[in-house]
Design a binder for this molecule. Sequence first.
Ligand code: ZN
Length: 68
Amino acid sequence: MAVPKRRTSRTARKTRRANHDKVAAPALTRCSNCGEVQRPHRVCPACGFYNGQSVVAKPAPAPASTEG
Ligand SMILES: [Zn+2]
């Protein structure tokens, strides 16, 4: 079995983890109906539209969006 020849330095270890374990920013698109920023492949949280048609009956206007 392969055994590491040298201990991984703190810098090398942290660099590897910084590049691999980082949190990716969520993909965002604009709603085709209202233009609000939304996540792709999801019903628009602002107007309830998806794929050009209303699929959720006019959701209550949320004062502050808590959904990430
Ligand atoms: Zn919308």
